[in-house]
Design a protein. Structure first.
Length: 85
């Protein structure tokens, strides 16, 4: 169970829905919209896939930005031990 006590802590819940990380998520999504304004139209599965693996139609530079912003979210969440990064 997630520390928010609302759902099991899945990847989707953590990255997209957990209320504990709403402000960090808003920053993440704002940064991603700068890369691709259509990002908000993705369903949960495709958005999680984008956050973790990038997108085939993006160039390397934009995929690197996506992964960097996802890592920034992970670090700032303090959910994982900093030694992982």
């Amino acid at each position: 169970m997630c520390s928010c006590s609302l759902e099991p802590e899945t990847t989707t819940h953590f990255l997209l829905h957990c209320p504990n990380f709403t402000n960090l998520r808003l920053t993440l999504m704002s940064n991603l919209k700068d890369i691709d304004p259509t990002i908000s139209s993705l369903d949960d599965a495709n958005l999680v896939n984008l956050l973790l693996f990038g997108k085939d139609s993006f160039n390397n530079k934009n995929n690197i930005k996506v992964i960097e912003k996802t890592i920034e979210f992970l670090k700032n969440s303090l959910r994982f031990d900093e030694s992982l990064f």
